[in-house]
Design a protein around this ligand. Structure first.
Ligand code: NAP
Length: 290
């Protein structure tokens, strides 16, 4: 039986800490399943990809027990290209940088980000093309209605084979109705399916679209880790995104192929309703398992 709960944030903004040696030993002897790290398969692309692991021991599985915080994933260091410089782009860029990844943020106007980039310190800013070329892992974080325009301006080879986290939502410019956002898609299709069809050389995974930017990195809730619903056609790409989500303090729930974006994208509508009608913006979803 599945249930969907909404979590309310605790006040502490800090995320769980890394395991020390004794904790690793305890977890390793507990019978939990572990997945060995395969460096070449980590991002699931060809051998041309260079991925550096800080600690090539093991990656913990997704944990489902809210009472027992799951072990932290081994820290990875990959080159991440964030396509988009709004609240989401900047939040995820700072999150990836904080986790030790090399980050570049892509925008239509690199100059306007100079002050912010200097303040954050350990990331770069570039054009969309430069950012796609830089990233081994890409994140799409632009306004939904311009996603196709932005991706269409990038040379195919700079997207080719790459895992692309799609954090966008197809929100139309029309005003919400009684707190319910309007979308420019219907329930028989989704933005990500269209993008995946238009750019088959990239490997899209929907994630980070159904929570506010302020809770995307290291969310803290007394009920445990919140759930991020993901989907996409490439299982290896979803494995990579699952590891990213674990590193960011989330439990990933794989809803299947790209068609599931028809259900995941509207979760943003649901998530926003308490915000629009009660000014509550700190919740997150959690999937409960029997
Ligand atoms: N805000 C949230 O809490 C949240 C949470 C989950 C998902 N999302 C989704 O994440 C995406 C990004 O949201 P956001 O809040 O960060 O900001 P946003 O205003 O939706 O998007 C900002 C980004 O879109 C680009 N952009 C906006 N209008 C454009 C236009 N007309 N032509 C070309 N580029 C344009 C901007 O380009 P420049 O860099 O050149 O300015 C910037 O990179 C959206 O799809 C949103 O639905 C948002």
């Amino acid at each position: 039986m599945l249930g969907l709960a909404s979590l309310t944030a605790e006040s502490s903004p800090t995320g769980p800490s890394n395991l020390d040696a004794s904790e690793w030993s305890r977890v390793m002897s507990s019978g939990a399943r572990y997945q060995a790290v395969d460096r070449s398969a980590l991002l699931g692309t060809s051998g041309a990809l260079s991925v550096r692991l800080r600690n090539p021991r093991c990656i913990p599985p997704v944990a489902r027990d809210a009472a027992k915080p799951p072990p932290q994933p081994v820290e990875l260091s990959v080159k991440v290209g964030i396509l988009g410089s709004g609240t989401v782009g900047q939040t995820l860029a700072e999150g990836f940088a904080k986790k030790g990844h090399d980050v570049m943020v892509g925008t239509g106007s690199p100059a306007k980000l100079a002050e912010w980039a200097a303040k954050v310190g350990n990331l770069q800013v570039g054009t969309y093309e430069e950012t796609a070329a830089f990233g081994e892992l890409l994140v799409l974080a632009v306004k939904g209605s311009v996603a196709n325009v932005v991706l269409g301006g990038i040379t195919a080879e700079n997207l080719s084979g790459k895992v692309l986290i799609d954090a966008t939502n197809p929100i139309s410019d029309a005003a919400p109705e009684h707190g319910v956002l309007k979308y420019f898609t219907t329930l028989d299709s989704s933005s990500m399916e269209k993008l995946q069809r238009a750019y088959p050389w990239a490997r899209f995974v929907k994630a980070f679209n159904s929570v506010g930017a302020a809770r995307m990195v290291d969310p803290v809730y007394k009920e445990g880790r919140p759930t991020m619903f993901i989907c996409g056609d490439d299982p290896t790409a979803k494995d990579t995104v699952t590891q990213v989500l674990e590193q960011f303090g989330w439990e990933a729930a794989d809803m299947g192929p790209a068609e599931a974006a028809r259900a995941i994208e509207p979760l943003c509508m649901l998530w926003c309703i308490p915000g629009f009608i009660r000014n509550e913006w700190t919740h997150a979803f959690k999937l409960l398992h029997d």
